[in-house]
Design a protein around this ligand. Sequence first.
Ligand SMILES: Cc1ncc(COP(=O)(O)O)c(C=O)c1O
Length: 432
Amino acid sequence: MFENYVSKTSKSKALYERAKRVLPAGVSYGIRFFEPYPFYTARANGSKLYDVDGNEYIDFWLGHTALILGHSPPAVVKAVRRQLENGTHYGTCHELEIALAEQVAKMVPNAEMVRFTNSGTEANMYAVRLARAHTGRSKIAKFEGGWHGGYDALHMGVKYPFNIPESAGLTSGTLQDTILLPFNDLEGVKERLKNEEVAAIVIEPVLGAGGGISAEKEFLKGLREFCDDKGILLIFDEVITGFRMAPGGAQQYYNVPPDITVFGKILGGGFPIGAFCGCRGLMERLDTLRYERPLHSFHGGTFTANPITMTAGLTTLKILEDGKLINQLNRLGDKIREQLRETFETYNVDVQVTGASSIFNTHFTRERAKNADAAFKADRKKLVDYHLRLIANGVFFLPTHTGALSTAHSKADTEKLFSETKEYAKNVKRHR
Ligand SMILES: Cc1ncc(COP(=O)(O)O)c(C=O)c1O
């Protein structure tokens, strides 16, 4: 299975051997490892990654789905170059942070006020703290299969089986204070929370790491009503869906308003970022001039709102603001899902192609993928095979992970995805 890949990636193999000595598992993030070893990227541009052996890959992973304009979009490069001459990091207040916050407030229905962080993990962490501070409650609820980063309170129930702690080092207090909920199952949510007082329910409107599975609109609406009823804050983790599904994110796409929204990825225009936002009444809890210890909810960080990220993010959001490119990508996403489904159907391979907007994944199962269980119980080995075959032929998905589209993808790029998928589907059929 690996022959083709190994024969083309000898320099990557050597780098991997070197990496293993100094980086645990040879990587800087566990999910970036795949068998037999990851390729090492030398450069990237537009829709393509180029590895150290000179291989070219059409990139559907897009830096963990962050790069909606592709790699190094000229407008962002120009803005960042200009900023590099004027300072990379001030640690003081500056106009760009106001401009980006204003831009977010203009685009996102729920965002009156914004605070920036350096990652989605951090933004979720501070959002949870804010929810606890505001409600005076300790418990947090999240969904099975939901991924919100490595923060203790939310690093639970990510992979199937959901009852095994995701990591060593989580305290029993942490485990007790987080409640897992069934995705797309409102009655199940109500049942599990019937005797609980929770500060917030955190949800990804489309499960990303959990298989590219979209929440049903009626489910989100029901969740909103349930939260209102119980005085629970609803947090949308829009780290993937933000500025991708619509200019105002999933909350605009589904027309369901959360209380707190968390962003990351696209908002940074290719640079590290996170943010959380909400209405003034909530966000003012972060204002140390209004709330003194112990009543205020702390947030901060050395590199928060650094001017490089701010200018890259602002440039990106201005390009996305009118929704035209986003709508184009949404239509392309529909086409891709349809075409992949048809291709597998032609060769009688059971798959569920999941996703919404410009994100998509493939699960080798007959069972409709309504939640992350279905994705995890599908034939993961087949999915790895499929993605590895694509990689060996110049199409990159991080094996098993959800793919995304960028405005840099060309017709030739998507045609190549279709033709390689067809070859794979034919092959699967032959080997049955
Ligand atoms: C939905 C979601 N939330 C939060 C995170 C964590 O963001 P970060 O990796 O920037 O900490 C991710 C990252 O993949 C994500 O997909």
